[in-house]
Design a protein around this ligand. Structure first.
Ligand SMILES: NC(=O)C1=CN([C@@H]2O[C@H](COP(=O)(O)OP(=O)(O)OC[C@H]3O[C@@H](n4cnc5c(N)ncnc54)[C@H](O)[C@@H]3O)[C@@H](O)[C@H]2O)C=CC1
Ligand SMILES: O=C(CO)COP(=O)(O)O
Length: 318
């Protein structure tokens, strides 16, 4: 079995390492030729601590014409369309999105983006509660693989083997995409609440009511509510809203403390909050926490005002 991983950041590196440990020959492609050459020389990951590449991982910055059938796409969601478009040899392959978010310019998730560019490809998404550093050092992790065609999903599930990964399967692509995308927005809200000293009770309220927003949007877009209760939804929401390993949560903490945040760090929830709010407005959905996050990002609200707005909403049934 051979696999290509596009994107040699944290997540791409961890998946390459894990599937190599499972016996696959993995090509890990990164755009930065100098960094790839250095990692090839040292066999140490530049992105993850204490990770020495397995011998079955080949690093390259030069994508061959002839590609393996299974390609994992581990680049930030907002760059996915342009990365796909720059490699026409991806046409017809099984393309597995390993990114979380909603595209700002179209309101689409990663599998729809894949289908836009390569209608003949098989699109799927691998998502769920997983920190790259944990995966790369072999800690046990469970993920969701969503593919609309169940037979192809099953073949992919069989192919993607790693000793520390347990991969569950679903055909609900929309539900899996939305869970992974929207949990990052709620994690920013939770980080902001903790950063501003509003306390653990406030965080629990934001997580729970944030989950209600996630399910509301998923239902409106035809997803199965049960998917949202699984690894890709509730599972990832609970991890991301409670761990300082999460960059979305860290970004929220900085917002809440009024501190700057390194703009080069991948924080998918920021663009996704804006894309989600636009989509929700179009669908006539009430998503007050997402709206508050966008207000904070756009500096139209401060944290006290955002909390006051949420608390002053008319009473309703849970
Ligand atoms: N880091 C983690 O623990 C996890 C990350 N993810 C998801 O994986 C996706 C990627 O995130 P990370 O690997 O963590 O981010 P990262 O910031 O560590 O790496 C992103 C990689 O994408 C590359 N990249 C950025 N723009 C590019 C472009 N235009 N063309 C080619 N390459 C480009 C960068 O050079 C970098 O190597 C995100 O959607 C994230 O939500 C999912 C689960 C866990
Ligand atoms: O998606 C993740 C955990 O499942 C990683 O979260 P961050 O992108 O917030 O670091």
């Amino acid at each position: 079995m051979s696999i290509l991983v596009l994107g040699a950041g944290a997540f791409g590196t961890s998946l390459a390492q894990s599937f190599a440990l499972g016996g696959a020959e993995v090509t890990l492609w990164g755009r930065d030729a100098n960094s790839i050459a250095a990692q090839n020389r040292t066999r140490q990951s530049a992105r993850l601590k204490d990770v020495r590449f397995n011998d079955l991982v080949t690093l390259t910055s030069d994508l061959p014409q002839d590609l393996p059938d299974v390609v994992l796409l581990a680049v930030p969601l907002q760059t996915l369309r342009s990365v796909l478009a720059s490699f026409p040899q991806l046409n017809g392959k099984t393309l597995v999105a390993c990114c979380k978010g909603i595209e700002l310019s179209t309101g689409k998730g990663p599998v729809s983006i894949i289908q836009d560019i390569y209608p003949d490809a098989t699109g799927a998404i691998l998502t769920g509660p997983s920190f790259a550093q944990d995966i790369a050092i072999g800690l046990p992790t469970a993920l969701t693989l969503a593919c609309a065609d169940d037979a192809k999903g099953q073949a992919l599930q069989d192919a993607l083997k790693a000793p520390n990964l347990r991969i569950y399967r679903t055909t609900d692509v929309t539900g899996a995409e939305l869970g992974g995308a929207l949990k990052n927005v709620i994690a920013i809200a939770c980080g902001a609440a903790i950063g501003a000293g509003l306390g653990e009770s406030a965080r629990a309220a934001l997580m729970t009511r944030g989950f209600a927003e996630m399910k509301r949007m998923a239902h409106a877009l035809g997803a199965d509510r049960a998917t949202l209760s699984g690894l890709s939804g509730f599972g990832d929401l609970s991890l991301t809203c409670s761990s300082t390993q999460s960059r979305n949560y860290q970004f929220g903490l900085a917002l809440g403390r009024g501190e700057p945040f390194d703009p080069t760090i991948t924080v998918e929830g920021a663009a996704t909050a804006r894309a989600t709010l636009t989509r929700a407005t179009g669908l006539g959905l009430d998503m007050p926490i997402t709206q508050a996050v966008v207000g904070l990002l756009d500096q139209k609200l401060n944290l006290r005002e955002a909390m006051e707005q949420l608390l002053a909403r008319p009473p309703k049934e849970e």
